[in-house]
Design a protein around this ligand. Structure first.
Ligand code: UDX
Length: 435
Protein backbone atom coordinates (compact mmCIF):
# COMPACT_ATOMS: atom_id res chain seq x y z
CA UNK A 1 0.00 0.00 0.00
CA UNK A 2 1.26 3.50 -0.77
CA UNK A 3 1.05 5.88 2.18
CA UNK A 4 1.90 9.56 2.60
CA UNK A 5 2.70 10.88 6.08
CA UNK A 6 2.39 14.64 6.45
CA UNK A 7 4.52 15.98 9.31
CA UNK A 8 7.88 14.48 10.27
CA UNK A 9 7.76 15.28 13.97
CA UNK A 10 7.67 12.70 16.70
CA UNK A 11 4.46 10.91 15.75
CA UNK A 12 4.83 11.32 11.98
CA UNK A 13 8.38 10.10 11.79
CA UNK A 14 7.90 7.11 14.08
CA UNK A 15 4.60 6.14 12.43
CA UNK A 16 6.01 6.60 8.91
CA UNK A 17 9.11 4.55 9.65
CA UNK A 18 7.15 1.78 11.37
CA UNK A 19 4.49 1.60 8.64
CA UNK A 20 7.27 1.15 6.07
CA UNK A 21 8.61 -1.62 8.27
CA UNK A 22 5.15 -3.24 8.02
CA UNK A 23 5.85 -3.47 4.27
CA UNK A 24 4.10 -0.36 2.97
CA UNK A 25 5.63 2.27 0.68
CA UNK A 26 5.77 5.41 2.78
CA UNK A 27 6.69 8.95 1.82
CA UNK A 28 7.16 11.34 4.75
CA UNK A 29 6.48 14.94 3.80
CA UNK A 30 7.37 18.03 5.79
CA UNK A 31 7.54 21.72 4.91
CA UNK A 32 10.77 22.07 6.92
CA UNK A 33 13.34 21.74 4.11
CA UNK A 34 16.33 21.44 6.45
CA UNK A 35 14.63 18.59 8.33
CA UNK A 36 13.83 16.69 5.13
CA UNK A 37 17.33 17.23 3.70
CA UNK A 38 18.74 15.93 6.99
CA UNK A 39 16.47 12.88 6.99
CA UNK A 40 17.53 12.09 3.42
CA UNK A 41 21.08 11.66 4.66
CA UNK A 42 20.07 9.76 7.78
CA UNK A 43 20.00 12.66 10.26
CA UNK A 44 17.20 11.98 12.77
CA UNK A 45 15.92 15.26 14.25
CA UNK A 46 14.79 13.75 17.58
CA UNK A 47 16.31 11.38 20.11
CA UNK A 48 14.30 8.15 20.17
CA UNK A 49 15.97 4.81 20.84
CA UNK A 50 15.98 2.53 17.77
CA UNK A 51 14.43 5.06 15.39
CA UNK A 52 17.65 5.65 13.43
CA UNK A 53 17.96 1.92 12.66
CA UNK A 54 14.34 1.53 11.53
CA UNK A 55 14.68 4.61 9.30
CA UNK A 56 18.02 3.48 7.82
CA UNK A 57 16.83 -0.08 7.12
CA UNK A 58 13.65 1.03 5.36
CA UNK A 59 15.29 3.81 3.37
CA UNK A 60 17.77 1.19 2.18
CA UNK A 61 14.98 -1.17 1.17
CA UNK A 62 13.38 1.67 -0.82
CA UNK A 63 10.11 1.60 1.16
CA UNK A 64 10.70 4.86 3.05
CA UNK A 65 11.53 8.23 1.55
CA UNK A 66 11.38 11.91 2.49
CA UNK A 67 10.01 14.75 0.39
CA UNK A 68 8.97 18.38 0.64
CA UNK A 69 6.68 18.20 -2.40
CA UNK A 70 3.26 16.87 -1.43
CA UNK A 71 1.95 16.78 -5.00
CA UNK A 72 4.57 14.30 -6.16
CA UNK A 73 4.27 12.25 -2.96
CA UNK A 74 0.52 11.92 -3.32
CA UNK A 75 0.60 10.35 -6.80
CA UNK A 76 -1.09 6.97 -6.38
CA UNK A 77 -1.31 7.25 -2.57
CA UNK A 78 -4.12 5.18 -1.08
CA UNK A 79 -3.91 6.81 2.33
CA UNK A 80 -2.61 10.20 3.48
CA UNK A 81 -1.90 10.60 7.18
CA UNK A 82 -1.99 13.98 8.89
CA UNK A 83 0.58 13.89 11.70
CA UNK A 84 1.27 17.57 12.26
CA UNK A 85 1.46 19.28 15.65
CA UNK A 86 -1.59 20.42 17.63
CA UNK A 87 0.07 22.57 20.30
CA UNK A 88 -1.84 24.38 23.06
CA UNK A 89 -3.15 27.64 21.69
CA UNK A 90 -1.69 30.67 23.45
CA UNK A 91 -4.27 32.26 25.72
CA UNK A 92 -7.03 29.67 25.98
CA UNK A 93 -5.22 26.31 26.12
CA UNK A 94 -7.31 24.81 23.34
CA UNK A 95 -5.64 22.69 20.66
CA UNK A 96 -4.31 24.82 17.80
CA UNK A 97 -5.67 23.16 14.67
CA UNK A 98 -4.23 25.55 12.09
CA UNK A 99 -1.58 23.03 10.94
CA UNK A 100 -4.18 20.26 10.62
CA UNK A 101 -6.52 22.42 8.55
CA UNK A 102 -3.68 23.71 6.38
CA UNK A 103 -2.67 20.10 5.69
CA UNK A 104 -6.29 19.21 4.82
CA UNK A 105 -6.44 22.01 2.30
CA UNK A 106 -3.18 21.01 0.69
CA UNK A 107 -4.30 17.40 0.51
CA UNK A 108 -7.52 18.50 -1.18
CA UNK A 109 -5.58 20.20 -3.97
CA UNK A 110 -3.61 17.03 -4.65
CA UNK A 111 -6.21 14.27 -4.32
CA UNK A 112 -6.25 11.78 -7.21
CA UNK A 113 -8.45 8.72 -7.11
CA UNK A 114 -10.01 7.23 -3.97
CA UNK A 115 -7.94 8.20 -0.91
CA UNK A 116 -8.41 7.83 2.83
CA UNK A 117 -7.35 10.95 4.72
CA UNK A 118 -6.29 9.74 8.15
CA UNK A 119 -5.85 12.06 11.12
CA UNK A 120 -3.13 10.80 13.43
CA UNK A 121 -2.54 14.11 15.19
CA UNK A 122 -4.37 14.40 18.51
CA UNK A 123 -7.43 16.47 17.65
CA UNK A 124 -10.59 17.49 19.53
CA UNK A 125 -13.88 15.83 18.80
CA UNK A 126 -15.42 17.15 15.58
CA UNK A 127 -12.10 17.83 13.83
CA UNK A 128 -12.32 14.97 11.32
CA UNK A 129 -15.72 16.25 10.30
CA UNK A 130 -14.17 19.68 9.71
CA UNK A 131 -11.31 18.13 7.74
CA UNK A 132 -13.87 16.46 5.48
CA UNK A 133 -15.71 19.77 5.04
CA UNK A 134 -12.51 21.61 4.10
CA UNK A 135 -11.62 18.99 1.49
CA UNK A 136 -15.14 18.98 0.03
CA UNK A 137 -15.14 22.76 -0.19
CA UNK A 138 -11.87 22.86 -2.12
CA UNK A 139 -12.64 19.82 -4.26
CA UNK A 140 -16.35 18.98 -4.43
CA UNK A 141 -15.48 16.22 -6.94
CA UNK A 142 -12.94 14.43 -4.72
CA UNK A 143 -13.35 10.73 -4.00
CA UNK A 144 -12.22 10.34 -0.37
CA UNK A 145 -13.10 9.36 3.18
CA UNK A 146 -11.70 10.65 6.43
CA UNK A 147 -10.56 8.38 9.25
CA UNK A 148 -9.46 9.11 12.79
CA UNK A 149 -6.53 6.98 13.93
CA UNK A 150 -5.03 8.40 17.15
CA UNK A 151 -1.54 7.40 18.21
CA UNK A 152 -0.78 6.14 21.71
CA UNK A 153 3.00 5.72 21.52
CA UNK A 154 5.18 6.90 24.38
CA UNK A 155 8.40 8.79 23.92
CA UNK A 156 11.42 6.67 24.72
CA UNK A 157 9.64 3.43 23.74
CA UNK A 158 7.88 4.70 20.63
CA UNK A 159 9.10 2.00 18.23
CA UNK A 160 8.10 -0.86 20.51
CA UNK A 161 4.76 0.82 21.25
CA UNK A 162 4.03 1.12 17.53
CA UNK A 163 5.05 -2.47 16.79
CA UNK A 164 3.15 -3.93 19.71
CA UNK A 165 0.32 -1.59 20.71
CA UNK A 166 -2.33 -2.58 23.28
CA UNK A 167 -4.88 -1.60 20.67
CA UNK A 168 -5.38 0.33 17.46
CA UNK A 169 -8.30 2.75 17.32
CA UNK A 170 -9.90 3.65 14.00
CA UNK A 171 -12.86 5.94 13.53
CA UNK A 172 -14.48 6.11 10.11
CA UNK A 173 -17.86 6.12 8.47
CA UNK A 174 -17.53 3.83 5.43
CA UNK A 175 -16.73 0.20 4.69
CA UNK A 176 -14.32 1.28 2.00
CA UNK A 177 -12.23 3.31 4.45
CA UNK A 178 -12.42 0.51 7.03
CA UNK A 179 -10.99 -1.92 4.47
CA UNK A 180 -8.05 0.40 3.73
CA UNK A 181 -7.31 0.90 7.44
CA UNK A 182 -7.56 -2.84 8.07
CA UNK A 183 -5.03 -3.44 5.31
CA UNK A 184 -2.63 -0.84 6.72
CA UNK A 185 -2.61 -2.54 10.12
CA UNK A 186 -2.79 -6.11 8.79
CA UNK A 187 0.66 -7.05 10.19
CA UNK A 188 -0.71 -6.39 13.69
CA UNK A 189 -3.45 -8.97 13.27
CA UNK A 190 -0.68 -11.56 13.53
CA UNK A 191 -0.02 -10.50 17.14
CA UNK A 192 -3.78 -10.43 17.72
CA UNK A 193 -3.78 -6.70 18.45
CA UNK A 194 -7.38 -5.60 18.93
CA UNK A 195 -8.53 -3.01 16.42
CA UNK A 196 -11.37 -0.87 17.73
CA UNK A 197 -13.50 0.34 14.82
CA UNK A 198 -15.85 3.14 15.75
CA UNK A 199 -17.02 6.56 14.59
CA UNK A 200 -14.62 9.49 14.15
CA UNK A 201 -16.19 11.26 17.12
CA UNK A 202 -15.75 8.32 19.49
CA UNK A 203 -12.22 7.73 18.26
CA UNK A 204 -11.30 11.37 18.87
CA UNK A 205 -12.65 11.15 22.40
CA UNK A 206 -10.85 7.84 23.10
CA UNK A 207 -7.48 9.53 22.65
CA UNK A 208 -8.17 12.45 24.99
CA UNK A 209 -10.04 10.37 27.54
CA UNK A 210 -7.17 7.84 27.69
CA UNK A 211 -4.52 10.49 28.25
CA UNK A 212 -6.64 12.37 30.77
CA UNK A 213 -7.38 9.14 32.64
CA UNK A 214 -3.68 8.27 32.84
CA UNK A 215 -2.87 11.81 33.99
CA UNK A 216 -5.55 11.44 36.66
CA UNK A 217 -4.12 8.09 37.76
CA UNK A 218 -0.66 9.64 38.25
CA UNK A 219 -2.10 12.65 40.03
CA UNK A 220 -4.14 10.40 42.31
CA UNK A 221 -1.11 8.41 43.44
CA UNK A 222 0.84 11.65 43.90
CA UNK A 223 -1.80 12.86 46.34
CA UNK A 224 -1.72 9.50 48.13
CA UNK A 225 2.07 9.95 48.35
CA UNK A 226 1.48 13.18 50.28
CA UNK A 227 -0.72 11.30 52.74
CA UNK A 228 1.86 8.51 53.03
CA UNK A 229 4.54 11.07 53.88
CA UNK A 230 2.33 12.57 56.58
CA UNK A 231 1.74 9.22 58.32
CA UNK A 232 5.02 7.36 57.59
CA UNK A 233 3.42 4.93 55.12
CA UNK A 234 5.04 3.76 51.89
CA UNK A 235 3.37 4.76 48.61
CA UNK A 236 5.11 1.99 46.68
CA UNK A 237 3.45 -0.60 48.92
CA UNK A 238 0.16 1.25 48.58
CA UNK A 239 0.47 1.31 44.76
CA UNK A 240 1.37 -2.38 44.66
CA UNK A 241 -1.53 -3.29 46.91
CA UNK A 242 -3.91 -1.28 44.77
CA UNK A 243 -2.44 -2.27 41.41
CA UNK A 244 -2.88 -6.00 41.96
CA UNK A 245 -6.60 -5.39 41.70
CA UNK A 246 -7.14 -6.10 38.00
CA UNK A 247 -9.76 -3.36 37.83
CA UNK A 248 -7.13 -0.79 38.84
CA UNK A 249 -4.00 -2.20 37.20
CA UNK A 250 -0.41 -1.60 38.32
CA UNK A 251 0.70 0.80 35.58
CA UNK A 252 0.93 4.58 35.96
CA UNK A 253 0.91 4.41 39.73
CA UNK A 254 4.46 5.67 40.26
CA UNK A 255 4.46 8.71 42.49
CA UNK A 256 6.83 11.44 41.36
CA UNK A 257 7.27 15.14 40.70
CA UNK A 258 4.17 15.41 38.51
CA UNK A 259 3.56 14.47 34.89
CA UNK A 260 5.04 16.47 32.01
CA UNK A 261 5.79 15.86 28.36
CA UNK A 262 4.27 16.72 25.05
CA UNK A 263 0.89 15.06 25.59
CA UNK A 264 -0.60 14.93 29.08
CA UNK A 265 -0.37 18.67 29.90
CA UNK A 266 -1.65 19.73 26.46
CA UNK A 267 -4.33 17.08 26.12
CA UNK A 268 -5.83 17.54 29.59
CA UNK A 269 -6.16 21.28 28.89
CA UNK A 270 -7.72 20.71 25.49
CA UNK A 271 -10.20 18.17 26.90
CA UNK A 272 -11.18 20.67 29.58
CA UNK A 273 -11.90 23.23 26.87
CA UNK A 274 -13.90 20.79 24.76
CA UNK A 275 -16.02 19.73 27.73
CA UNK A 276 -16.73 23.38 28.58
CA UNK A 277 -17.61 24.13 24.98
CA UNK A 278 -20.22 21.36 24.87
CA UNK A 279 -21.73 22.32 28.22
CA UNK A 280 -20.46 19.16 29.95
CA UNK A 281 -17.67 20.53 32.19
CA UNK A 282 -15.35 18.06 33.89
CA UNK A 283 -14.38 18.86 37.47
CA UNK A 284 -12.07 15.85 37.66
CA UNK A 285 -9.74 16.94 34.87
CA UNK A 286 -9.82 20.49 36.15
CA UNK A 287 -8.58 19.25 39.52
CA UNK A 288 -5.94 17.02 37.88
CA UNK A 289 -4.47 19.98 35.99
CA UNK A 290 -4.44 22.24 39.06
CA UNK A 291 -2.98 19.56 41.36
CA UNK A 292 -0.25 18.67 38.85
CA UNK A 293 0.70 22.34 38.35
CA UNK A 294 0.92 22.87 42.09
CA UNK A 295 2.92 19.68 42.55
CA UNK A 296 5.94 20.97 40.68
CA UNK A 297 6.20 23.95 43.03
CA UNK A 298 5.64 21.67 46.03
CA UNK A 299 8.63 19.63 44.85
CA UNK A 300 10.76 22.79 44.93
CA UNK A 301 9.64 23.36 48.51
CA UNK A 302 10.34 19.72 49.37
CA UNK A 303 13.93 20.07 48.16
CA UNK A 304 14.29 23.33 50.07
CA UNK A 305 13.12 21.65 53.27
CA UNK A 306 15.44 18.67 52.81
CA UNK A 307 18.42 21.00 52.42
CA UNK A 308 17.33 23.12 55.41
CA UNK A 309 17.08 26.17 53.13
CA UNK A 310 18.94 26.48 49.85
CA UNK A 311 20.22 30.09 49.86
CA UNK A 312 23.95 30.07 49.17
CA UNK A 313 24.01 26.29 48.76
CA UNK A 314 25.13 24.31 45.73
CA UNK A 315 22.64 21.70 44.51
CA UNK A 316 23.63 18.93 42.10
CA UNK A 317 20.75 17.94 39.80
CA UNK A 318 20.74 14.75 37.77
CA UNK A 319 18.09 14.51 35.04
CA UNK A 320 16.20 17.40 33.45
CA UNK A 321 13.98 15.86 30.74
CA UNK A 322 10.34 15.04 31.57
CA UNK A 323 11.21 11.34 31.49
CA UNK A 324 14.23 9.19 30.55
CA UNK A 325 15.29 8.16 27.01
CA UNK A 326 14.22 11.39 25.42
CA UNK A 327 15.67 14.86 24.91
CA UNK A 328 12.21 16.35 25.34
CA UNK A 329 11.92 19.12 27.93
CA UNK A 330 8.30 20.05 27.27
CA UNK A 331 6.53 20.69 30.59
CA UNK A 332 9.31 18.88 32.43
CA UNK A 333 9.11 19.35 36.23
CA UNK A 334 12.70 20.71 36.04
CA UNK A 335 11.37 23.80 34.20
CA UNK A 336 9.57 24.80 37.42
CA UNK A 337 11.90 23.28 40.03
CA UNK A 338 15.22 24.71 38.79
CA UNK A 339 13.99 28.35 38.57
CA UNK A 340 12.30 27.89 41.98
CA UNK A 341 15.58 26.83 43.59
CA UNK A 342 17.54 29.57 41.82
CA UNK A 343 15.03 32.16 43.03
CA UNK A 344 15.62 30.97 46.57
CA UNK A 345 19.32 31.63 46.14
CA UNK A 346 20.67 28.17 45.28
CA UNK A 347 23.57 27.57 42.91
CA UNK A 348 22.72 24.71 40.54
CA UNK A 349 25.04 22.23 38.85
CA UNK A 350 23.17 20.01 36.41
CA UNK A 351 23.62 17.08 34.05
CA UNK A 352 21.22 15.24 31.75
CA UNK A 353 22.34 12.56 29.26
CA UNK A 354 20.30 13.95 26.32
CA UNK A 355 18.34 16.99 27.45
CA UNK A 356 20.97 19.69 28.05
CA UNK A 357 20.88 21.24 24.59
CA UNK A 358 17.17 21.86 25.01
CA UNK A 359 17.44 22.77 28.72
CA UNK A 360 19.96 25.52 27.92
CA UNK A 361 17.18 27.38 26.11
CA UNK A 362 15.19 27.57 29.34
CA UNK A 363 17.60 28.33 32.20
CA UNK A 364 21.19 29.07 33.01
CA UNK A 365 23.02 26.83 35.50
CA UNK A 366 26.49 25.33 35.75
CA UNK A 367 26.33 22.62 33.07
CA UNK A 368 28.30 19.42 33.72
CA UNK A 369 29.49 16.73 31.32
CA UNK A 370 28.79 13.68 33.40
CA UNK A 371 27.30 12.43 36.66
CA UNK A 372 30.20 12.55 39.10
CA UNK A 373 31.50 15.92 37.93
CA UNK A 374 28.04 17.26 38.82
CA UNK A 375 28.34 16.08 42.41
CA UNK A 376 31.77 17.56 43.07
CA UNK A 377 31.54 20.00 45.98
CA UNK A 378 27.71 20.18 46.04
CA UNK A 379 25.74 20.39 49.30
CA UNK A 380 23.48 17.58 48.19
CA UNK A 381 22.10 15.69 45.19
CA UNK A 382 18.63 15.82 43.65
CA UNK A 383 17.47 13.21 41.10
CA UNK A 384 14.75 14.64 38.86
CA UNK A 385 14.60 12.07 36.02
CA UNK A 386 15.09 8.31 36.31
CA UNK A 387 17.68 7.73 33.58
CA UNK A 388 19.12 4.21 33.89
CA UNK A 389 22.63 5.53 34.46
CA UNK A 390 21.45 7.23 37.68
CA UNK A 391 19.98 4.00 39.07
CA UNK A 392 23.25 2.35 40.04
CA UNK A 393 25.44 5.18 41.28
CA UNK A 394 28.62 4.29 43.18
CA UNK A 395 27.31 5.44 46.56
CA UNK A 396 30.78 5.54 48.13
CA UNK A 397 31.94 7.86 45.38
CA UNK A 398 28.78 9.97 45.63
CA UNK A 399 29.39 10.40 49.37
CA UNK A 400 33.02 11.37 48.93
CA UNK A 401 32.23 13.98 46.26
CA UNK A 402 29.32 15.69 48.05
CA UNK A 403 29.92 18.06 50.95
CA UNK A 404 27.06 16.37 52.77
CA UNK A 405 25.55 12.92 52.04
CA UNK A 406 22.08 14.16 51.12
CA UNK A 407 20.03 12.64 48.31
CA UNK A 408 16.57 13.89 47.32
CA UNK A 409 15.19 11.25 44.97
CA UNK A 410 11.99 12.47 43.30
CA UNK A 411 11.66 9.25 41.26
CA UNK A 412 12.05 6.70 44.06
CA UNK A 413 14.84 4.81 42.29
CA UNK A 414 16.72 3.97 45.51
CA UNK A 415 15.62 1.99 48.56
CA UNK A 416 15.40 3.91 51.85
CA UNK A 417 16.93 1.04 53.89
CA UNK A 418 19.91 0.78 51.50
CA UNK A 419 20.47 4.51 51.61
CA UNK A 420 20.31 4.51 55.41
CA UNK A 421 22.95 1.81 55.66
CA UNK A 422 25.10 3.68 53.12
CA UNK A 423 25.00 6.60 55.56
CA UNK A 424 22.85 9.00 53.55
CA UNK A 425 20.14 11.42 54.52
CA UNK A 426 17.61 10.24 51.99
CA UNK A 427 14.36 11.97 51.02
CA UNK A 428 12.05 10.38 48.45
CA UNK A 429 8.39 10.60 47.40
CA UNK A 430 5.67 9.07 49.58
CA UNK A 431 8.13 7.02 51.63
CA UNK A 432 9.62 7.62 55.07
CA UNK A 433 12.71 9.84 55.14
CA UNK A 434 15.87 8.20 56.50
CA UNK A 435 19.16 9.42 57.94
C1 UDX B 1 1.95 9.71 26.92
C2 UDX B 1 1.04 8.48 26.79
O1 UDX B 1 1.52 7.43 27.63
C3 UDX B 1 0.94 8.03 25.35
O2 UDX B 1 0.02 6.96 25.24
C4 UDX B 1 0.48 9.21 24.50
O3 UDX B 1 0.42 8.86 23.14
C5 UDX B 1 1.41 10.40 24.67
O4 UDX B 1 1.50 10.73 26.06
P1 UDX B 1 4.59 10.16 27.02
O5 UDX B 1 4.22 11.57 27.29
O6 UDX B 1 5.62 9.88 25.99
O7 UDX B 1 3.29 9.33 26.57
O8 UDX B 1 5.13 9.53 28.38
P2 UDX B 1 4.58 8.64 29.58
O9 UDX B 1 5.51 7.52 29.77
O10 UDX B 1 3.16 8.34 29.45
O11 UDX B 1 4.82 9.64 30.82
C6 UDX B 1 4.15 10.89 30.90
C7 UDX B 1 4.51 11.60 32.19
O12 UDX B 1 3.94 10.95 33.31
C8 UDX B 1 6.01 11.68 32.49
O13 UDX B 1 6.28 12.95 33.01
C9 UDX B 1 6.23 10.61 33.52
O14 UDX B 1 7.33 10.86 34.34
C10 UDX B 1 4.93 10.68 34.28
N1 UDX B 1 4.56 9.43 34.96
C11 UDX B 1 4.22 8.34 34.25
C12 UDX B 1 4.52 9.40 36.35
O15 UDX B 1 4.81 10.39 37.04
N2 UDX B 1 4.12 8.23 36.96
C13 UDX B 1 3.76 7.12 36.26
O16 UDX B 1 3.41 6.12 36.89
C14 UDX B 1 3.84 7.17 34.86
Amino acid sequence: MRIVMIGSGYVGLVSGACLSEFGHDVVCVDTDIAKIEGLKVGKIPIYEPGLDEVVAANVKSGRLSFETDLKAAMEAAEAVFIAVGTPSRRGDGHADLSYVFAAAEEIAHNLKGYTVVVTKSTVPVGTNKKVAEIIKKVRPDADFDVASNPEFLREGSAIEDFRRPDRVVVGCHSDRARAVMREIYRPLYLNETPIVFTTCESSEIIKYASNAFLAAKITFINEMANLCEAVDANVQDVARGMGLDGRIGNKFLHAGPGYGGSCFPKDTLALLKTCQEYGTPTKIIEAVVAVNDARKIQMGAKIEKAFGGVAGKTIAILGLTFKPNTDDMRDAPSLVIVPYLKDKGAKIKAFDPEGMKEAKKHFEVEWCNETYETLQGADGLVILTEWNEFRALDLGKVKSLLKRPLLVDLRNIYRPDMMASAGFQYVSVGRPDVG
